[in-house]
Design a protein around this ligand. Structure first.
Ligand code: PLP
Length: 364
């Protein structure tokens, strides 16, 4: 049996350190915005090379907080990718703005900079690229377009913790970076959690205020905010895991490269854009024979998943608004993509079992 992710093996490897961190946090009884949160934020700002890092309750909230802090207002438009998890677009809608979907690159599955530029209107306020599956979007081109048109740039880094372009980590390039600590993400807690990174003290102050009921001084409320804080317990766990994240990401790359070597004659294996550093949150191939492969994997008790089966412009919730929108690349990928098990603890033998099963499925 091979699962999509194996959180248990990882917990057992780190059990001594994690249990101690949790017990210490329990003893401290500083459960809300306690010392682990403060320290984690410092450590994350340093790791990301970003001046400010503010934790919050989830990746979805991180996006929402960034959208609000970017000044997105009802009636504004925000350009983003249709090939992502719904949360990217939800955050735009929570602010009363409209997501404008533009198509993605068939090799990286990431948003195409030239198409962003074509979609800009006087209502456009911000752009949200997603570093999908852990591969950075073309941030040099996107940053240049946003600067030229005076648009806010918000990176959805939920799947890209630790990846970067040269020395620049994702989340340190745009005005805001939004991360998720959902358990299965590359840096995952044992519950929900998220983070906003940003460049200016002004933006950091706004995010901090918004995540805590619009308050800078207790019981003094300047704006309507949220209750969106990271638990000190989660911060304690994440501080332990942060020490291992580069190793975890390297192990994911080992698994991915072994897959690609073994399957390049069978399916379209992931394309690694040399500009970036793909950290393989997912290992996703394209194939016209997806059903046959899925059936064979299931027979051998090997997990797999379709990320994502329906692009956002084809979701019921956006169907009306997007009835005239055609995004053929995103639609093609949704019809042919298949994600295979990947996690740092996956052995070479397990990888080979998956490869052999895919080969067997296609031989039949
Ligand atoms: C997981 C994810 C989110 C949302 O994060 P949560 O912590 O689950 O709220 C947002 N965007 C993308 C691309 C994601 O993969």
């Amino acid at each position: 049996m091979i699962p999509m992710v194996d959180l248990k093996t990882q917990y057992h490897q780190l059990k001594g350190e994690i249990d101690k961190a949790v017990l210490d946090a329990l003893e401290s009884t500083q459960f809300i915005l306690g010392p682990n949160v403060t320290n984690l934020e410092k450590e994350l700002a340093e790791y990301l090379g970003s001046p400010f890092a503010i934790s919050c309750a989830s990746g979805t909230d991180a996006l929402y907080l960034a959208v609000l802090a970017a000044g997105v207002k009802p009636g504004d438009e925000v350009i983003t990718t249709p090939f992502t998890f719904i949360a990217t677009a939800e955050a735009i809608c929570y602010a009363g703005a409209t997501p404008i979907f533009v198509d993605v690159d068939p090799r990286t599955f990431n948003i195409v900079p030239e198409l962003i530029e074509k979609a800009i209107t006087p209502l456009t306020k911000a752009v949200i690229p997603v570093h999908l599956f852990g591969q950075p979007s073309d941030m040099t081109a996107i940053r240049e377009i946003c600067d030229r048109h005076k648009l806010m740039l918000i990176e959805d880094c939920a799947q890209s913790f630790g990846s970067g372009l040269g020395k620049d980590k994702t989340g340190s390039i745009g005005d805001f970076g939004c991360f998720s600590f959902f358990p299965s993400k590359n840096l995952g807690g044992y519950g929900d959690g998220g983070l906003v990174s940003c460049k200016t003290a002004d933006n950091a102050d706004i995010v901090k205020m918004l995540r805590n009921h619009g308050s800078k001084v207790r019981y003094h409320h300047d704006v309507i905010g949220l209750n969106s804080r990271l638990d000190d317990l989660q911060a304690a766990i994440l501080r332990v895991k942060l020490r291992y994240i580069d190793r975890f990401n390297q192990e994911r790359r080992r698994v991915a490269h072994r897959y690609s070597e073994g399957m390049k004659d069978l399916v379209t294996v992931p394309f690694e854009d040399q500009k970036g550093n793909h950290i393989y949150h997912q290992y996703t191939v394209l194939t016209n024979r997806r059903d046959e492969i899925m059936a064979k994997l299931s027979e051998k008790q090997i997990a797999c998943a379709i990320y994502y089966p329906i692009p956002l412009h084809r979701q019921n919730v956006f169907a009306k608004q997007c009835s005239n929108v055609s995004l053929p690349v995103a639609e093609m990928i949704a019809e042919t993509c298949l994600s295979l098990p990947i996690y740092p603890e996956m052995s070479n033998d397990q990888v080979d079992q998956v490869i052999d099963t895919v080969r067997e499925a296609l031989a039949g």
